[in-house]
Design a protein around this ligand. Structure first.
Ligand code: FES
Length: 377
């Protein structure tokens, strides 16, 4: 008999996220794309993406998201959607809406696209256009109309932060007027450009509580008409989120250049060679690569995670956040109050608190532009 328990078998990936391109007409200040994205403009070809989709489907993936950057920047999007549908995926387009003209949405419908998630930056034209550094509010409104016209479920995503949390009631009213069925109010996650702008974007606790109370009030009034999801920024929590449901557990992301990633922000982790789909099969990448095995299971964990009764529930939180806030991705996510670094998170929150109602900070906000990105190359 084996004296050591065998590790549990690795389950297949369920969700393939195809980040088709880093090109994007918007310049959002909370974008999770890598800061140095402009360094690497290489993109997989249509045939390479088709191969990735086929391999992932054979492994067992059932859900296929197209994101970016802005996936509509790729003129083969319709062909990729058609192939995804032919393979039996549930397909989802995650878009700013820019580029979604009527001929395109008609072609995507024809190709079999199941779902569109449209993002807005705010309920006001001024703030929407400021945060994306574009004049796109009216265009997005027209796209919302097209999504309804083409009989898609209306799914709206608005990223929240200090600049727009006080508008949350108006955002819900805007969504209601648009006929939104599912509204995702997701507080900024502090990765990539969001992390670079954290001092500007992080709200204070009172602002957050006010916004949550408004959301709960609208929920009670709207009943089943619209589902409203409100995700609290995890800096304000005592326990970390189960990021990606565990590293290498369900999520397989492929960056524009073909790097396979266990999470959206993984490229920020130093010292890991993320395998590329042009050099390795997805079977090898998912089951055998060092990158996907690095934080699977619990053998990699240090204390306090190693002996924590919640380790199978939260998997020690987020590796990228642990790196960003403690300098070591193998540490417990310091959002957890058992982490010796939790005080650092509380200090960051306290700094936001001390600026409540005042100027956002001296530091100018950093827009996601190619020129700004090159500074991080
Ligand atoms: Fe990378 Fe959480 S975003 S592990």
């Amino acid at each position: 008999m084996n004296a050591y328990p065998l590790p549990p078998p690795i389950a297949p990936p369920l969700w393939l996220l195809a980040e088709l391109t880093y090109k994007c007409p918007l310049h959002c200040v909370f974008c999770y794309n890598p800061l140095n994205y402009a360094e690497n403009q290489h993109e997989l070809t249509t045939a390479q993406w088709v191969d990735v989709m086929q391999q992932a489907r054979r492994l067992g993936a059932a859900q296929l998201g197209f994101s970016g950057g802005e996936p509509l920047q790729r003129d083969d999007l319709e062909a990729l959607v058609a192939e995804g549908c032919r393979l039996g995926y549930y397909t989802n387009l995650i878009t700013s809406g820019i580029g979604l003209t009527e001929p395109r949405i008609a072609r995507l419908k024809e190709a079999g696209l199941d779902h569109i998630q449209l993002s807005f930056q705010d309920s006001t034209k001024e703030m929407n256009d400021f945060l994306s550094s574009t004049k796109t509010f009216d265009l997005k409104m027209r796209v919302a109309g097209l999504i309804k016209q083409y009989d898609y479920p209306m799914v709206l995503n608005v990223v929240l932060h200090r600049y727009n949390l006080d508008h949350v009631g108006r955002i819900i009213e805007m969504a209601d007027a648009m006929g939104v069925e599912y509204l995702e109010l997701a507080n900024t996650q502090y990765y990539g450009w969001g992390l670079a702008n954290r001092a500007q974007l992080l709200p204070d606790r009172e602002q957050l509580l006010r916004a949550e109370a408004v959301v709960n009030d609208y929920r009670a009034r709207l009943g089943h008409k619209m589902r409203v999801l409100f995700v609290v920024p995890d800096y304000f929590e005592q326990r970390p989120k189960a990021c990606m449901n565990g590293w290498g557990s369900v999520f397989l992301g492929v960056a524009p250049d073909g790097s396979a990633l266990p999470c959206h922000a993984a490229k920020s982790l130093p010292g890991i060679a993320f395998p590329n789909v042009t050099q390795h099969s997805l079977q090898h990448i998912w089951y055998d690569s060092d990158a996907f095995n690095k934080y699977r299971g619990d053998a990699w964990m240090k204390e306090p995670c190693r002996s924590c009764p919640d380790k199978q529930k939260d998997f020690g939180g987020c590796r990228c956040q642990a790196l960003a806030l403690t300098g070591d991705a193998a540490n417990a996510d310091p959002v957890c109050d058992k982490s010796p670094y939790h005080g650092d998170v509380q200090s960051i929150v306290a700094r936001a608190q001390s600026q409540a109602g005042g100027p956002k900070t001296e530091k100018p906000i950093l827009f996601r532009t190619d020129a700004n990105s090159r500074q991080f190359g």
